[in-house]
Design a protein around this ligand. Structure first.
Ligand SMILES: [Zn+2]
Length: 389
């Protein structure tokens, strides 16, 4: 199945995946998901948010497994798809063994998990659980200025159908398998681990504003160049994050007017920050904004902060986590990455399984997992489904 997905949305130059909510690659992946479900006689239901659910059996208290199929810009082949593919493979193994589930088993493909297009991570799971208001999501614009509502209409979906559903009335437990985004399992020497917690994390937009002017005719003393305060802020982020033992990243930048021979009028930068607890995260952002403001003031420029998506700390269900760790004889580890499992864990017992990533690299074309470890992941997920259903 991973081989079937290999070329979908893959940029030939970088080898990375560009599978963004509702783009052509995403549409092809949705069809692939529906086809895999149909081939197994599983009924597929797509909710108003674009989340796809393939049902084995019907009724309440279903066991949900699965993950997402979208990617970050130039993402890897495993983040997301490994969980979906492993779920179909686990169903195949259970059926080959003649297993008869005691509750419905549902494979999910959550829409827009990475938030690469509209800026809000886990949009599909946040919308379906009511954590994200439909109005706010529908008004979000992509980089071409097109709103989510317009994109949905163009893909034949009804923007009025976006929002919370009765999913949580039908699903009692969620288990998401995911490639590890770090090297904890390399250190413990295990192919599979169980998640303990997700660090609180978020995305903030910083608008540094100054005055556009000629790069040759404007002496240095007369400039109001917002790039300078931006640069000072990036350097401060490394110092502040390192000192606090937390993480801060500037990975996206837009410069206006964007000419080599023009002093910028505006530098728009996005901060991704993560910490072990919410107090640490708030402190980091506060300190960073203070550093940005001091740098801007010194240059006669300004900076404005807009939180785009902030996710609280997630502690996965303790009894379920311990039960799965014992069942699989697997280590328990935290993660700095956000997941749909984090969103659902606020409502129903939720667990995550991680599959070893030898380099720890993720959100990059270099992301990798050994075939034998992927196989161990399927075996673990199969055991978990057998245990819980
Ligand atoms: Zn993911």
């Amino acid at each position: 199945m991973l081989a079937d997905l290999h070329d979908i949305g893959r940029d030939p130059a970088t080898g990375g995946y560009r599978r963004y909510a509702w783009n052509d690659a995403d549409m092809e992946l949705r069809e692939w998901f529906a086809g895999e479900a149909a081939a197994r006689g599983m009924e597929v239901f797509e909710d108003g948010n674009g989340n796809q659910f393939a049902w084995w059996g019907s009724g309440g208290d279903a066991l949900l497994i699965g993950s997402h199929l979208d990617s970050v810009p130039d993402g890897g082949a495993y983040d997301g798809p490994l969980g979906v593919v492993s779920s179909f493979a686990a169903v195949d193994r259970l059926r080959a063994d003649g297993f008869e589930p005691s509750r419905p088993i549902v494979i999910g493909n959550f829409a827009d998990e990475e938030g690469a297009r509209f800026g809000i991570a886990c949009a599909g799971s946040q919308l379906v659980t009511g954590a994200l208001a439909a109005d706010r999501a529908l008004a979000q614009k992509d980089r071409d200025g097109v709103t989510m509502a317009e994109v949905l209409r163009a893909r034949g979906r009804d923007p009025h159908a976006v929002g919370a559903t009765d999913l949580l009335d039908h699903v009692g437990t969620f288990v998401e398998l995911h490639v590890e985004q770090g090297r904890s399992l390399v250190h413990t020497g295990d192919a599979v681990g169980v998640a303990s917690a997700i660090w609180p994390h978020g995305r903030w937009r910083l608008d540094f504003c100054g005055e556009a002017n000629h790069a040759g005719a404007t002496v240095m003393e007369d400039r109001r160049d917002p790039m300078q305060a931006y640069a000072a802020t990036v350097l401060a982020s490394r110092r502040l994050a390192t000192d606090a033992g937390v993480r801060a990243t500037f990975g996206r930048l837009e410069v206006e007017p964007g000419g080599t021979n023009a002093i910028p009028s505006r530098v728009r930068a996005w901060l991704d920050a993560r910490a072990a607890d919410e107090g640490e995260l708030d402190r980091l952002v506060d300190n960073l904004v203070a550093a940005a403001q001091a740098a801007a003031e010194a240059d006669g420029t300004t900076v404005e902060l807009t939180p785009e998506s902030v996710s609280p700390a997630v502690e996965f269900d303790g009894p379920l986590r311990d039960r799965l760790a014992t069942l699989l004889d697997a280590p328990v580890l935290p993660t700095g990455a956000g997941h749909d499992a984090g969103v659902l864990s606020a409502h129903i017992p939720t667990a995550m399984l991680f599959v070893r990533n030898p380099t720890g690299i993720s959100h990059s074309p270099a992301e990798f997992a050994e075939e034998s470890d992927c196989d161990a992941g399927i075996t673990a997920l199969t055991s978990v489904v057998r245990e819980l259903a």
